[in-house]
Design a protein around this ligand. Structure first.
Ligand code: ADP
Length: 552
């Protein structure tokens, strides 16, 4: 597909320079354009900032007919249209919150054989719910004017992904209705299972897949233990490393966003908050101030981010645990789009895991944006399972203090990364010279036994205290100092027992049962034993190993 001998090559090169102002193509852009212009269905995995838009905007410009683009977010669509109109490329969008006369005018234009638009953007809701739109697409199709269908943020199709949108699933209808029109599906995040799901749900035929490395060499990754002084730590980090520079701090709840922003203001930063509970005008104005550098730091839920076009974001800080590695990778991807060195810091505590898990099960986690602005997590059956599984992988990532962060992230996307190429740009590669692989089966068995012998009604932190031999009042009150396993883990290095215990949770030997939150929103949990999984472990049929940094 990299050949320059296609009938459109000369036109392509000329328009890339003249209309889009680019001197050359970025990796894979030419190949994707050649494949889609040859009429093939194409699936593209390209990191944020890789230049996905050009792969359909340039073909739209030089092909006869209209390119239909399905994009999840009105603000993202508006931003794209603004850029297209600036480049004199006629484009329009239809969304449910437009005035009807305005929509009618655009629809009327679509009925003309000399329709001026090269691109028509719609939200997935529009495709799912508007018969009028489908009738107009039918008419374009009959007149051979439906040139291409583009599905932006295609991972939203998949229930396995971190950003599932039910309306995206209905998009398979487009391929059924218009089998001859090539489909181009684009995403910056997809694991192998998500990719399979998307290809199947959209009904893509003999689909050509382009993927490029998701490694972003200019991003530096660290996971830092989260303490009660987290915001002070953030303040210090920013002042020491990114003073007066621009960044995003992702927080779990709306209240967290407001609190963190307020504290940072007290420390003298130009900070503001952004979340789904603000009215749209307020949100837009905050985003604008941030884009124009009037505000440096934005403390936001994941409602902030998709479609941000700011290239000089110098840091992305996670104040709490992200919900999945995919989401984390995408959120970090908003840093350093200009290629300059940028920091991605994650403040991790196991108690945040319990909080996120509880919020997921309650369906109250704010998601990245949809047209409706605030989506409730769909917490039914398989989706809840996927979300929990995604969260476990995130905990394992944070608890891993040995392996290269890039290696771990990229592994999740099915990409093999040689950690020698990390060049000490992550915390683990900076601090760990070598590691040892330890057999932790015995510790695991003891911890499971301890959970059982205390009646499966205590928290993980209490189990760890007993295991390490604490004589706290709480331990004594429950007479747990009398248990034979009290103090059995005394000899272990700091953090070792907790890593094993958390590993037992993420591998589902133990189950963290979250109890209801109190009025302040804090949650507590108790550990239960997953009997079916544990049986094999206790019968000696299972060995568990974990890597630890070696002291040498
Ligand atoms: P993505 O959608 O993959 O996140 P965009 O399409 O928004 O990325 O492109 C990111 C930036 O890169 C934009 O500012 C765009 O103008 C620029 N860009 C895209 N392709 C090229 C190219 N071939 N040469 C130079 N700049 C490009």
């Amino acid at each position: 597909w990299s050949s320059r001998d296609f009938p459109w090559t000369i036109k392509l090169e000329a328009n890339n320079k003249k209309v889009f102002g680019n001197h050359s193509f970025r990796p894979n852009q030419r190949e994707i354009i050649n494949a889609t212009m040859s009429g093939c269905d194409v699936f593209v995995l390209m990191p944020t900032g890789g230049g996905k838009s050009l792969t359909y905007q340039l073909p739209a410009l030089i092909c006869p007919g209209i390119t239909l683009v399905i994009s999840p977010l009105v603000s993202l669509i508006q931003d794209q249209i603004m850029h297209l109109l600036q480049a004199n490329i006629p484009a329009a969008y239809l969304s449910a919150n437009m005035d009807w006369p305005e929509q009618q005018e655009i629809l009327r234009e679509l009925t003309s054989d000399y329709c001026k638009y090269k691109l028509l953007y719609v939200t997935p809701e529009k495709v799912a719910r508007s018969d009028v739109l489908l009738r107009h697409l039918d008419s374009l199709n009959t007149r051979d004017l439906l040139a291409r269908i583009v599905i932006d943020e295609a991972h939203c199709v998949s229930q396995w992904g971190h950003d599932f949108r039910p309306d995206y699933q209905g998009l398979g209808i487009l391929k059924q209705k218009y089998p001859k029109t090539p489909v181009l599906a684009l995403t910056a995040t997809a694991t192998a299972s998500v990719k399979e799901d998307v290809v199947q749900a959209l009904g893509l035929v003999n689909c050509i897949i382009f993927r490029q490395s998701f490694n972003r060499p200019n991003l530096w990754f660290s996971v830092i233990p989260k303490t009660k002084k987290c915001v002070e730590d953030i303040d210090k980090f920013i002042k020491e490393n990114h003073f007066d520079e621009c960044g995003i701090i992702y927080c779990l709840s709306r209240m967290d966003c407001e609190k963190v922003a307020e504290k940072l203001q007290e420390y003298g930063h130009k900070a503001a908050f952004y979340h789904g509970n603000m009215d749209p005008a307020q949100r837009a104005s905050t985003q604008k101030q941030w884009s124009k550098d009037e505000i440096n730091i934005i403390c936001a839920t994941v409602a902030f981010g998709m479609g941000i076009n700011k290239l000089d974001v110098r840091f992305v800080i996670h104040h709490s645990l992200p919900k999945s590695i995919e989401g984390y990778h995408q959120e970090c991807g908003r840093a350093g789009r200009d290629g300059q060195r940028s920091s991605c810091i994650l403040y991790y505590s196991y108690s945040d895991y319990i909080r996120v898990k509880h919020m997921i099960s309650q369906g109250v986690v704010e998601q990245s944006p949809s047209v409706s602005g605030y989506n409730r997590f769909n917490n039914s059956g398989r989706i809840l399972e996927t979300n929990t599984e995604n969260l476990y992988r995130m905990v394992s990532y944070c608890e891993n203090d040995v392996d290269c962060r890039r290696f771990l992230q990229l592994l999740h996307f099915g990409e093999k990364f040689d950690s020698a190429n990390c060049q000490k740009t992550c915390d683990n590669c900076c601090t760990v010279n070598s590691f040892v692989e330890k057999d932790i089966t015995n510790i695991a068995k003891q911890l499971v036994e301890l959970v059982k012998s205390t009646g499966q009604q205590y928290s993980s932190s209490h189990i760890l205290e007993v295991y390490r031999g604490s004589l706290s009042q709480f331990v004594k009150r429950h007479r747990h100092e009398t248990l034979s396993l009290h103090g059995a883990g005394k000899h272990l290095a700091k953090g070792e027992a907790s890593r094993v215990l958390h590993h037992l949770v993420t591998e589902e030997f133990l189950v963290e049962e979250v109890k209801k939150s109190d009025i302040y929103g804090s949650v507590s949990s108790v550990l239960k034993v997953n009997e079916s999984k544990v049986q094999n472990l206790c019968l000696g049929g299972h060995t568990i190993t974990l890597r630890f940094p070696s002291s040498a």
